[in-house]
Ligand binder design. Structure first.
Ligand SMILES: [Zn+2]
Length: 105
């Protein structure tokens, strides 16, 4: 039996695009409550560069809060060729599309 306490509130639903295991748990304790990070790697361009979509789920005193963010984890910020730049554009378009999906409870 799982005991629910203020430090261990029930998990919300993952976004449809979350690539973590189902029911992945709270990952960190923020000042206003526990937090977990739902993530989708839109394009792992190479070892050092990726485009990701995150949804940060927190459980605060006033309830569940979700915030989405598109992260450009780019170690290489210069000298992209046209094909590489197009790949980033395509990834950003996909990220924006997924970003627009309705939030779940
Ligand atoms: Zn998730």
């Amino acid at each position: 039996m799982t005991v629910t306490s203020p430090a261990d509130p029930p998990l919300g639903a993952c976004p449809t695009w979350c690539e973590k295991p189902a029911d992945h748990g709270w990952e960190d304790e923020w000042s206003d409550g526990p937090m977990r990070d739902h993530v989708c790697t839109i394009d792992r361009i190479d070892r050092y560069n990726a485009i990701r979509l995150h949804e940060y789920e927190r459980y605060t005193r006033s309830g569940r809060v979700r915030e989405r963010a598109i992260n450009l984890d780019l170690d290489q910020s210069e000298n992209w060729d046209a094909a590489g730049a197009q790949r980033v554009i395509d990834a950003l378009n996909e990220a924006v599309s997924k970003f627009a999906e309705p939030l779940r409870e």
